[in-house]
Every structure is written in structure tokens, then in C-alpha cells.
Design a protein around this ligand. Structure first.
Ligand code: GRG
Length: 301
């Protein structure tokens, strides 16, 4: 049965609500002398956002026929890891941002010390949460172990942290396309890859299909980040078709500065088409997932 755009939008809103309920369910109780850290965790985690990663995880799980609640602690964990990365990225030592998701950043509200600790706490609590899967679903311990390894690996030095390290090191001067691809693949792509791979792994997908899912997610991550570059510029510049020069004070290469807006748009389109094409090779009903990928990639904010 085919669904209209409006139906998918309603479905997305319902799924976001469902994800937020899951997140609330796994947050720690605000108690004890350290209560302020639980408050800061809740402040940053429940600040809105697209909930893209847990949604991609759950949809991939369903695509491969997954039906149990084992996915839920992992959905909460990936959003905690994503949120920790944003909290730390906003700190004065990194991007020094005052606003995120339409409200004051965590360190602005709770102080820099608590901002650092809230990020650390979310990262640790993510693994504490994901590990609940072993107790709750002992018959699926092997799958949970594989999923946990992907979660840790893709968030770590060969994944998101690795990408952020190179990004920080390379800020202040122009970089080659090769370096930019490395940064995008690790900093943005890795968590999206882990989201979808974990969905597939927990549903018992074959190694070959998990690899295919990784490739789909890598294309989504790339297109998502290049679209982010495009949106950064289109909100402030009308320059079309030619390379846009980086901000001189804090020079940062992006796909738009490297190849121009028009070519960046074409690359987003081809990565998105590759993702949707590969998705079509997988089993299962993928109408909503294909719509979601298109929607994310062509988002306007
Ligand atoms: C500090 C270890 C560490 C890593 C930081 C994620 C990140 C790495 C930095 C954030 C800055 C940035 C532009 C990252 C690229 C990925 C990206 C577009 C993140 C924003 O994700 P969305 O749009 O955010 O899914 P919401 O708020 O919707 O959840």
C-alpha cells in the first residue's frame, strides 16, 4: 500500500514522540548530591532535535523483521552519544556556541564544568543503558555484544572522535577533498552508520546485509553533511555555481568552498540516490525509510 507525503509526516511525528518516551524512560532519576548532573543530562537530551539516529535504527531493525524491545536501550544509547557530542562540540574550547536546538547550550546554563561533566555522563550512561539489553534479552546476548562493539567503535577514535580530532586540527586553513571526506565519513557518517548497522545486527541480518546497510548509511551521512554545508551558505549567501570562499577569520573548508554550491547539490543528489537504490536491494517494506532518507537529505533547516 502506498502512503501519501502527509501520512509519512504524521507517521514521523508519531515516531518522534515514541522515541522521546523511550528516552525519558531510560534517563536516570534526578536524585542525590549529584542531582545537578542528571538535570543537565535531561536538559540536553530532551531539548528536541530530529531524533534521526534512533529513528534510523528502529526503522532498519523493522526492515529486517525485528520485533522485540531489545532495540530500545540501543535507541536511547545512540541519542545519548549524539547529544554528548553536541554538548562537547558547543563548549568554549571547541565551537563556543551559545544556542543549540533553539535554546541555550548546556554549558551556558550549567557552567563549563558541568557542561564537560554532562557530556561525559551521557557517554557513560549510554553504555550503561545499552548493556541493559544483556539482562533483559539474555537469549540475544551474542547479537547485543556485536551491536555494543559497533556502538563503541563508531563513536570512538576510528569513528566520530577520530573525525572530530582531524576537524579540530585542520581548522584555520583550507583542506583537500580527501581530508574533508575523511572528516565527514568519521565525524558525521560513523554514528549514522552505527545506528543503521545496530538495527540490522539486532534483527539478525546477515554480514553481507549489514555491510550493505553500512554503505547506505555512509551515503546518508555524506549527503546529510554536505546538505548542512549548503544550508550554512544559503542562509547567508546567494552565490551559485562557483566556489564560495571560507570565512577568513575561522577558515573552514566545506564541500561548498571546495566545489561550489551547484556541484555540492549534485553530490547530495547522487549520494541520496545511491542510498535509496541500495535500500531497494534489501528485503522488507521500505516506503517510510526511503521517504525519511529523501526528507533528511533535502531538509531546509
Ligand atoms: C565532541 C567528540 C565530539 C564530536 C563532535 C557531532 C559533532 C562531533 C559535532 C557537531 C557539529 C556538526 C555540524 C556535526 C556534523 C553532524 C551534524 C550535522 C550534527 C547535527 O545533527 P542533527 O542535525 O542534530 O541530527 P539534531 O539537533 O537534530 O539532533
Amino acid at each position: 500500500m502506498s502512503c501519501s507525503k502527509i501520512d509519512y509526516e504524521r507517521e514521523r511525528d508519531r515516531k518522534v514522540e515514541e522515541i522521546e518516551d523511550i528516552l525519558k524512560n531510560y534517563l536516570p532519576r534526578k536524585e542525590g548530591m549529584q542531582k545537578v548532573i542528571m538535570e543537565a543530562m535531561e536538559y540536553s537530551l530532551m531539548a528536541g532535535g530530529k531524533r534521526l539516529r534512533p529513528m534510523l535504527m528502529q526503522e532498519t531493525y523493522r526492515l529486517f523483521g525485528g520485533e522485540s524491545g531489545i532495540i530500545e536501550p540501543f535507541m536511547a544509547a545512540i541519542e545519548m552519544i549524539h547529544t554528548y557530542s553536541l554538548v562537547h562540540d558547543d563548549l568554549p574550547a571547541m565551537d563556543n556556541d551559545e544556542y543549540r536546538r533553539g535554546r541555550k547550550t548546556t554549558h551556558v546554563v550549567y557552567g563549563e564544568d558541568m557542561g564537560i561533566l554532562a557530556g561525559d555522563a551521557l557517554l557513560n550512561f549510554a553504555f550503561e543503558t545499552a548493556s541493559l539489553a544483556f539482562e533483559q534479552y539474555p537469549d540475544k546476548a551474542l547479537l547485543a555484544g556485536r551491536a555494543l562493539r559497533v556502538l563503541a567503535g563508531k563513536a570512538g577514535i576510528y569513528g566520530m572522535i577520530g573525525g572530530q580530532v582531524v576537524d579540530v586540527k585542520e581548522t584555520g586553513h583550507a583542506v583537500s577533498r580527501e581530508v574533508l571526506d575523511f572528516i565527514y565519513e568519521l565525524k558525521t557518517g560513523a554514528l549514522i552508520e552505527s545506528s543503521m548497522m545496530i538495527g540490522a545486527i539486532l534483527a539478525g541480518a546477515s554480514d553481507e546485509d549489514v555491510k550493505k546497510v553500512e554503505k547506505i548509511a555512509s551515503n546518508i551521512g555524506f549527503a546529510f553533511q554536505v546538505q548542512d554545508d549548503i544550508l550554512d551558505v544559503t542562509s547567508t549567501s546567494e552565490v551559485l555555481g562557483k566556489p564560495v570562499h571560507s570565512d577568513e577569520k575561522n577558515e573552514k573548508s566545506t564541500y561548498v568552498t571546495l566545489v561550489g554550491l551547484a556541484e555540492a547539490g549534485r553530490l547530495v543528489e547522487s549520494a541520496s540516490m545511491e542510498a535509496v537504490g541500495l535500500l531497494g536491494e534489501l528485503p522488507g517494506e521500505n516506503g517510510y525509510l526511503a521517504w525519511l532518507i529523501e526528507k533528511l537529505i533535502h531538509r531546509e533547516k
